[in-house]
Each structure stands twice: as C-alpha cells, then as structure tokens.
Design a protein around this ligand. Structure first.
Ligand code: NI
Length: 168
C-alpha cells in the first residue's frame, strides 16, 4: 500500500489539462493502486491523478450506492469520457484538494461513462446520484477544473457542520 500526497488548490498541477494514457503498463497499475489506497485512506469518494501530481487522464471513484452489507465498489477509469447524461441535481460538493470548503454545484443526476480499465479494455459504467456527481467532478479535474469554479455559492461554517453531522 502506497499513499500519495494530495495537492491543494493553488498548485499549478491542478489547473493543467491532462494527457491521455497510451501505455497500459505496470506504471499505470501502480498509479491506480496508489490512487485507490490514497482515496480509501482519505475518506473521500473520488480522486484524480492530477491531484497527486500526475498529469494523466486517470481517476478512481467509489460507488457508494450499495446495500448495507455490501462492500463499496472502486471504479478505475482511464481516459474516461461522459457519453450520456440526464437529469439534474443541485447539492453540496467538496474536494480533497480544497479541504474544508463546500459549495453548491448543479450536476447531471445520471451519467454514463466510457473508459479503459488498467489492462486497456474499453468498458462503460453508469452512475446515479452521488456517483454521477463524482464522475463529473473527477473528469473536470482532468481538464484542470475545480468545483469551486462551478459553485453557485459556498456553504457557511454552520452549514458545513450540519452537513458533516448528516454524514455521521
Ligand atoms: Ni476533487
């Protein structure tokens, strides 16, 4: 298990457009392993390669819409693209690279993503609710965008406290 350091807002790596992965090699597998470990350790629901300083189109997303007794599913998405979307949801969103800050962002309620897995096989995955939000948020990172650019407004410290109580 290897944890990588998560960069925070202001680091130039977070504003760059990332390049596609072309080699599905051991280096990519290591990056995916590390992103997964770092995400699970952080308690977040998604992490993109540029957040650990790697300017490649790679993200990991935790599927949290699972039954109570089921394990969460970790999606590994290489060169992901949103190929379908519908509906709309407006709600609080945060980012591991912008600690302590939450903003209200409108996202699609459903997205279908096409991506490659770590072996270079193309697949599609659907996300609803928080997972759809997370797919959009992480793919934005690959183009150098943070949720703070899309937030309609930011939550007050009181609202943040209420949100974190709900999560517990
Ligand atoms: Ni983020």
């Amino acid at each position: 298990m290897a944890l990588r350091h998560i960069l925070t807002q202001g680091d130039p790596a977070l504003a760059k457009k990332c390049r596609p992965v072309t080699d599905f090699n051991a280096h990519l597998a290591q990056l995916l392993d590390d992103l997964g470990d770092t995400l699970l350790e952080s308690g977040g629901v998604g992490l993109a390669a540029p957040q650990v300083g790697v300017l490649r189109r790679v993200v990991v997303v935790l599927e949290t819409n699972v039954g109570e007794d089921e394990d969460e599913i970790l999606y590994e998405l290489v060169n992901p693209e949103i190929i379908e979307q519908s509906g709309s949801q407006t709600g609080a969103e945060g980012c591991l690279s912008v600690p302590g800050v939450y903003g209200v962002v409108t996202r699609p309620d459903y997205v279908k993503v096409r991506a490659y897995d770590r072996d270079g096989e193309l697949f599609e995955v659907e996300g609803h609710g928080l997972t759809a939000r997370c797919f959009c948020h992480e793919i934005d990172h690959l183009d150098g965008h943070l949720f703070t650019e899309k937030a309609e407004r930011f939550l007050s410290p009181e609202e943040v406290a209420a949100e974190s109580e709900e999560e517990e």
